[in-house]
Design a protein around this ligand. Structure first.
Ligand SMILES: Cc1cc2nc3c(=O)[nH]c(=O)nc-3n(C[C@H](O)[C@H](O)[C@H](O)COP(=O)(O)O)c2cc1C
Length: 365
C-alpha cells in the first residue's frame, strides 16, 4: 500500500526540520502575504503568548517503560484519526500556493488525519472533498444568515460535521495588514462565497468582516440555526468556561479552544493557558481540540496532556503549503508525527489516551 502511494507522490522534498520549512515559506511568499499569514491583531501580544505558553511545561521522561511502538491513533466524533492532528480552516489558500486546500487535504489524507475545509477558501467545499474524501470531512462556516443552508449543502456533499467559527463576527484589528494596505484579490476567498444558489457573495462576507460590527449573531440565533444543521457541529473559538458552557448548552458536539491564532482579540489569553479551565467546565467526555501556536510534536504532546483530544494546525500547515505544496504539508505531518512518537516512547505513553497531566510538570518560573 505504501509503495503504491509513494509512486503517486508529487515532488519529493527534503526539508530536515520544521524551521527549514518555515524559512522556505517565508522566502516563497510575497511580503504582504507573509505578513497576512504571520500577523496577529493589535500589539500581537496573544500571537506571542500562544507560542510562549508551551514553554511553561515540561514532559517527564519515563526510563525503562518498555514502550517501543506507541500508537498515535485516536477518534473524533466517530471519525478515525491515525494522528491527533487536523488542519485548520484558513481562507485565501490559493494565495499561498496554487493548490491550496486541495494539497492540504491530500497531505492530511495520506497521514490519516482530517482537514477542516474553510468557507472563505479558494476552492469549494466539494472540490476539496473530491480531492481527499477521507480527510476533507468537516466544513467550516461563519455564523451569518446562511449557516443552515451551508450545513445542508455540505451534508449532501459528503461532509460529516460542521465547524462554526464563533470568534470572528468581525475581523480582528490586524495591524500588519493595515500597515501594508493589504488588499488581496477577493477571488482567492470565493470558493464557496459565489453569490449563487443562495450563497452569499465574497464581497458581502468581506463587507461584514471588515465593517466592524453590524449583523452579529448571538447564541440564541446560533441555537435557532443549529436546529436545522442536521450534522454534528463543532464550536471553534472557545476560550472561556462560560463560552464552552453556552456552546454545549445549544448543542455543540465538540469545542475548539482557540484564539484564532492571535488574530482576533488582542491581548487575549493563550489557548493553551485556558485549555485546562475549558476542559474542567466541559467535563471529561466532550471532545476538545486546541489550536493557536501548535508548531512542534512537543506542542501536540503538551496540548493532549493538558486536556485536548487532538490539535489543529494553522500556520504550521500553511508553511508546508507555501514551501512546497502538497509535499511540503506532507513533510510537516511527518515531522510532527515523528517527534510526537519519539516523545511517547521517551515518556512511556503507549497510546494517545496515556498522555495525561501526570506526564508533565510546570516549569519553574
Ligand atoms: C492566513 C490565515 C487565515 C485564516 N482564515 C480563517 C478562516 O477563514 N476561518 C477560520 O475559522 N479561521 C481562520 N484562521 C484561523 C485558523 O483556523 C486557526 O484558528 C489558527 O491559524 C490557529 O493558530 P496557528 O496558526 O498558530 O496554528 C486563519 C488563520 C490564518 C493564519
Amino acid at each position: 500500500m505504501t509503495a503504491q502511494l509513494d509512486s503517486f507522490y508529487p515532488t519529493r522534498v527534503d526539508f530536515g526540520t520544521l524551521d527549514e520549512i518555515h524559512r522556505a515559506a517565508a522566502t516563497a511568499l510575497l511580503p504582504d502575504v507573509l505578513d497576512f499569514i504571520e500577523g496577529g491583531a493589535g500589539k500581537e501580544i496573544t500571537l506571542r503568548a500562544n507560542l510562549a505558553a508551551f514553554e511553561h511545561w515540561r514532559i517527564l521522561p519515563e526510563p525503562m517503560s518498555g514502550v517501543g511502538a506507541p500508537s498515535t491513533r485516536t477518534e473524533l466524533l466517530g471519525l478515525e484519526l491515525a494522528v491527533p492532528i487536523l488542519t485548520a480552516p484558513f481562507g485565501g489558500d490559493g494565495l499561498y500556493h496554487a493548490d491550496g486546500h486541495l494539497a492540504v487535504a491530500r497531505a492530511a489524507q495520506r497521514h490519516g488525519a482530517l482537514s477542516i475545509v474553510p468557507e472563505a477558501g479558494t476552492y469549494s467545499y466539494e472540490r476539496v472533498h473530491a480531492a481527499a474524501p477521507r480527510a476533507a470531512r468537516i466544513a467550516q462556516v461563519h455564523p451569518f444568515g446562511h449557516a443552515a443552508a451551508v450545513a445542508e449543502h455540505v451534508a449532501h456533499n459528503g461532509f460529516d460535521a460542521l465547524c462554526v467559527t464563533v470568534d470572528c463576527p468581525v475581523g480582528g484589528f490586524r495591524t500588519r495588514n493595515m500597515g501594508n494596505r493589504f488588499d488581496p484579490d477577493q477571488r482567492y476567498f470565493a470558493g464557496n462565497l459565489t453569490g449563487e444558489n443562495g450563497a452569499p457573495g465574497v464581497a458581502e462576507v468581506f463587507g461584514q468582516l471588515l465593517k466592524r460590527g453590524g449583523a452579529v449573531w448571538n447564541w440564541n440565533q446560533l441555537a435557532a440555526a443549529a436546529t436545522d444543521f442536521g450534522l454534528p457541529w463543532i464550536a471553534k473559538g472557545i476560550l472561556t468556561p462560560a463560552a464552552a458552557e453556552r456552546a454545549l448548552d445549544i448543542g455543540a458536539s465538540a469545542l475548539v479552544v482557540s484564539n484564532h491564532g492571535g488574530r482576533q482579540t488582542d491581548p487575549a489569553p493563550a489557548s493553551l493557558e485556558m485549555l485546562p479551565r475549558v476542559r474542567a467546565a466541559a467535563g471529561p467526555d466532550v471532545p476538545i481540540l486546541l489550536d493557536s501556536g501548535v508548531r512542534t510534536g512537543s506542542d501536540i504532546y503538551l496540548a493532549l496532556a493538558l486536556g485536548a483530544d487532538a490539535v489543529i494546525i494553522g500556520r504550521a500547515a500553511i508553511y508546508g503549503l507555501a514551501a512546497a505544496g502538497e509535499s511540503g504539508v506532507d513533510r510537516v505531518f511527518e515531522l510532527l508525527t515523528e517527534e510526537l512518537r519519539t516523545l511517547m516512547i521517551l515518556s512511556g505513553a503507549a497510546t494517545i489516551g496515556d498522555i495525561d497531566g501526570a506526564r508533565i510538570t510546570e516549569a519553574a518560573r
